[in-house]
Design a protein around this ligand. Structure first.
Ligand code: OAK
Length: 767
């Protein structure tokens, strides 16, 4: 609701009207739950893209599933994560979801394939019959663009039983079975799988994926029919972007619809598919690359399995023609992984069917060409491109950090760079003009003051939700993201232990003189089945207990874990962040988008050369970040030296930290022993031991910089002013130009827009 009011530019009048009615805007806003329909970076990126598509007047829409239960609500009990159901539809969805009972499609599961002879020929047409069907019902959410009358709909599918009750079953007296069948079909969109970057190979998940693509593609064909677009020319009018491989079953589904329902020949259908689909890869983690057992696929989707196998047969012939006799390459590239259980590799399917494949940051796009998709890159080099991620400045600057948004607008106006706010939101390169003021004392004061306001708000939030009092005078560092070993929350945590021990060594006078008071904030959810990530959360809370209650040091070092990380509290955390931790093991974070949100809000990044950090450094300058750690090209060699035992020598400071944890300084030594044991013995896949000292030094550097508040404010200004590249509008323009071949909707909209702007304001209460 807040986003809509902001984008429609009616926040203030709405606010005033509410006041007249006796309500506060904040109260009403507080009633709206986050639509937690995704897990982390991938889903949130899509939300930013919807906003940009709307703002750029792009002819586009998004599809998703309308889960009844979205991402779980995290609470912390005795330091452990507890997962609670998030029933986000409790109060209905007054705003802005529309149930479209007129838009429903049947989705079939199970059954068998049949060949129907085509009269007058010796050919057959394949079909899929039997099994059971579920209805997909559309719910439309409207995303208005900012400063345009363009709106992008997101269509969410909900599962419903095909008929309210199967009467024949009912009449035969089998009441329970008919009710159970209804429950079964509604189960498909019951709950989101809360795994981030790990595969959950469960039948229900596969059903969700197929349900999603089947309904969406039927809807696309319906739209094409409405505008009289022949399906043979579908690619001229429609582009479908596969957001990772979760919708990759769309490939055989579109083939099936064209072949079996619309009578296409294979070659013709395959050409259409290739012109329509493209695929974005969002991770290189092997555990996240989707594979489905062929045996399960055959049972659930018999016709699709036949189609996948035929795609594979034809594709392997192409590979064989290019590299005759290269059996190993054939095995690597095959859509089917051989073995005791044959598996279908969804990424291979997506690549083979797509005309473009992209990674989400320059480094990541290079890595996929060099590693996981190397064979495919050698076969089709021009298919592979990069589209660096971005985030929407409407939400991640203007809405979440009003003082900053207003200051940017006023300052650029006073410099005569812009007349209205929307100009810099659309063209963030204009922010570079702010750098002309980098030596102006008032400007630097203003930047510090804005951050101060953000920190005060964050400290209030921490007090309320964690019961810990934090002074906004402290340096506030944050690491907010899903809990995952590759993101290295553990490195940050052990670094804090090191700082704590150093403070304990100092006399009170030394602390007063030398220490920069610091509060570190963690927030993030662990997948419910990810045991190691859950122990890390417990460790965070155990260490927080000691640090926050130590009368000698707690004025200098605090640690808080903010429960239930979500968009709503992220909007409070980023504006209140001085230092943002972006410290993944090089080569593991595809892009990251929290790094962008933090920098745009004037936080300084402490980070590794991973994901989009590399490009952020290119844009804002290395003097405005603190970089440490092994680089991508060093990681394998370093890992090897630790693994083969030739370098398990731990640095003194790292060993001291492990000793403290093992010695029970934070309690629960038994629980943490597995982690420390692995780190000591060199089973340290994510290179914590190797990067630890560099990380500690990087923090020393950070403290020194923070001491000089003038220079700090200048760095903040550079972060804010030079992040234009990471506006998601730029990402969308890249996709529109290089992948989809679409342009903003033309003159008609522009004319309507002009008319709308010159229209007389309407009184909400009549005359
Ligand atoms: C989740 C499940 C499967 C595959 C990828 C993901 C995922 O969330 N990936 C994340 O995508 C973001 C948007 O591109 C990136 O910024 C993150 O680095 C990446 O981990």
């Amino acid at each position: 609701m807040t986003n809509c009011l902001y984008n429609l530019e009616v926040e203030d009048p709405y606010h005033n009207v509410l006041r007249e009615l006796g309500f506060e805007m904040e109260t009403i806003q507080g009633e709206e739950s986050d639509a937690g329909l995704g897990n982390g970076g991938l889903g949130r990126l899509a939300a930013c893209f919807m906003d940009s598509l709307a703002c750029l007047d792009m002819p586009a829409y998004g599809y998703g599933l309308r889960y009844q239960y979205g991402m779980f609500r995290q609470t912390i009990e005795d330091g452990y994560q507890k997962e609670n159901p998030d029933y986000w539809l409790t109060h209905g969805t007054p705003f802005p979801q529309v149930e479209r009972l007129d838009i429903t499609f049947p989705v079939r599961f199970y059954g068998h394939t049949v060949a129907h002879p085509v009269e007058g020929t010796n050919k057959s047409r394949w079909g899929w019959e039997g099994g059971s069907t579920v209805q997909a019902v559309a719910y439309d959410c409207l995303c208005p663009g900012h400063h345009t009358n363009h709106v992008v709909p997101i269509r969410l599918w909900a599962a419903r039983p095909s008929t309210e009750f199967d009467l024949s079953v009912h009449n035969s007296g089998n009441f329970l079975r008919s009710v159970a069948e209804k429950a079964d079909s509604e189960n498909i969109t019951f709950v989101l799988y809360p795994n981030d970057s790990t595969e959950e190979g469960r039948l229900l998940r596969l059903k969700q994926e197929y349900f999603f693509v089947s309904a969406s593609l039927q809807d696309i064909l319906r739209r094409a029919e409405r505008i009289e677009c022949p399906f043979s020319k579908l690619g001229e009018k429609y582009a479908v972007q596969l957001n990772d491989t979760h919708p990759a079953l769309g490939v055989p589904e579109l083939m099936r619809l064209l072949l079996d329902v619309h009578g296409f020949e294979w070659e013709e259908a395959w050409e259409v598919v290739g012109s329509v689909f493209s695929y974005t890869n969002h991770t290189v983690l092997p555990e996240a690359l989707e594979k489905w057992p062929l045996s399960i696929l055959v049972h659930l989707l018999p016709r699709h399995t036949e189609i996948i196998l035929e795609i594979n047969r034809r594709f392997l012939a192409v590979v064989e023609a290019k590299w005759p006799g290269d059996i190993e390459r054939l095995q690597r590239m095959s859509l089917v992984q051989e073995g005791s259980q044959k598996m279908v590799r969804m990424a291979n399917l997506a690549i083979v069917a797509s005309h473009k494949v992209n990674g989400v940051a320059a480094l990541h796009s290079q890595i996929i060409k060099d590693t996981i998709f190397k064979d495919f890159y050698e076969l089709w080099p021009t298919k592979f491109i990069n589209v660096t991620n971005g985030v929407t400045p409407r939400r991640w600057i203007s809405q979440c950090n009003r003082p900053l948004g207003e200051w940017i607008t006023e300052t650029l106006q006073s410099m005569k760079v812009i007349k209205e706010e929307h100009e810099w939101l659309q063209d963030m390169s204009l922010l570079k003009n702010l750098l002309k003021l980098e030596s102006d004392a008032d400007t630097l004061d203003a930047v510090l003051d804005i951050k101060r306001q953000g920190k005060e708000r964050l400290c209030d939030y921490i007090e309320e939700h964690c019961g810990v009092t934090v002074s906004p005078d402290m340096l506030i560092s944050t690491q907010v993201k899903r809990i995952h070993e590759y993101k290295r929350q553990l490195l940050c945590l052990l670094g804090l232990v090191h700082q704590y021990m150093a403070l304990k060594e100092m006399s009170p006078e030394e602390r007063k003189e030398k220490a920069v008071p610091r509060c570190h904030l963690f927030a993030g959810k662990a997948a419910p089945g990810y045991a190691r990530a859950k122990v890390i959360i417990k460790m965070m809370n155990c260490i927080a207990d000691v640090l926050n209650n130590d009368p000698e040091t707690s004025d200098y070092l605090k640690l808080v874990f903010v429960p239930n990380y979500c968009v709503s509290n992220a909007e409070i955390i980023f504006p209140g962040t001085d230092v943002s931790e972006q410290i993944s093991t090089a080569g593991h974070e595809a892009s990251g988008t929290g790094n962008m949100k933090a920098s745009m809000n004037g936080a300084i990044i402490i980070g590794t050369l991973d994901g989009a950090n590399v490009e952020i450094r290119e844009e804002i300058g290395e003097e405005n970040m603190v970089i440490f750690g092994a680089e991508k090209h060093e990681v394998l060699a370093v890992r090897d030296t630790y693994n083969n035992g030739s370098s398990t020598q731990l640095s003194e400071s790292f060993a001291a930290v492990l000793d403290a944890v093992d010695g029970g300084m934070f309690g629960h030594a038994d629980l943490f022993a597995k982690i420390t044991g692995e780190l000591r013995s060199g089973r340290d896949f994510y290179l914590l031991a190797h990067d630890f000292d560099g990380y500690i030094q990087a923090w020393e550097e950070m403290f020194n910089r923070f001491d000089d508040q003038d220079a700090w404010a200048r760095s903040m200004l550079h972060s804010i002013a030079r992040m234009g590249k990471f506006n998601s509008d730029r990402s969308i323009q890249d996709y529109a130009r290089d992948v989809w071949g679409i342009k903003p909707q033309g003159h008609e909209v522009k004319a309507r827009k002009a008319a709308l702007r010159s229209a007389k304001p309407v009184s909400l209460f009549g005359q």
